[in-house]
Ligand binder design. Sequence first.
Ligand SMILES: [Zn+2]
Length: 240
Amino acid sequence: MPINKASLLVLESFVRQREGKGGRKLRLIFLGPPGSGKGTQASRLSQRFGIPQISTGDILREAVANKTEMGIKAKESMDNGELVSDDVIIGIICDRIVQTDCENGFILDGFPRTIVQAESFDKMIGEKNIPIDIVLSLDVSEEMVVRRLCGRTVCKECKTNYHLEFNPPKKKGVCSNCGGKLYHRPDDEEDVVRRRLKIYKETTEPLIGYYQQKGLLSVIDGTNEIENIFKQLVGVLEGI
Ligand SMILES: [Zn+2]
């Protein structure tokens, strides 16, 4: 019998399952304050485990560009200068996590953001029978976040990033790469950073308790070196 496309697909999925720890799924939610390094770690875990990293901002833009039902609703709100409603955001996430590349799992990076979102999301995934396996929380102190974010500068010309403390340019205020002028993003000013952290504490941090009660939470110390944090995360995920 000649190998047709369907049997090739079956074979591919069989190989994938064998490679992916006996087809075990890894659906995870990643929590952490701005500046915790969550995005970087999520992207590395995504490569390591071959599951997509799903960030709300990205898939919102995607849904709008693809003019999906939820994307059209989201665009209406944005055009009116309103926040995209929870229903629409959850709808977009739910559309995304049933796609074929999420078969072996996914990493939610930056969602849910509030208890209300988490509760509606739980209801939706309960109906679809897509349980979350683990919730990772990167733990970093406020002072550490302020130190990390407020020390960042970026080149006006070539956009190279520097950090006054951890990765300084050879000459103060000048890009080592192209000689361009370095500037501080308005987002990284201390009062802006502290305001963002305050919002995170009030709205998103309660999720830590929420998922702890469900027995899903695993807390990782986010003050370590990037490489060490990654090893710890991999260890936790391989252990579940
Ligand atoms: Zn430059």
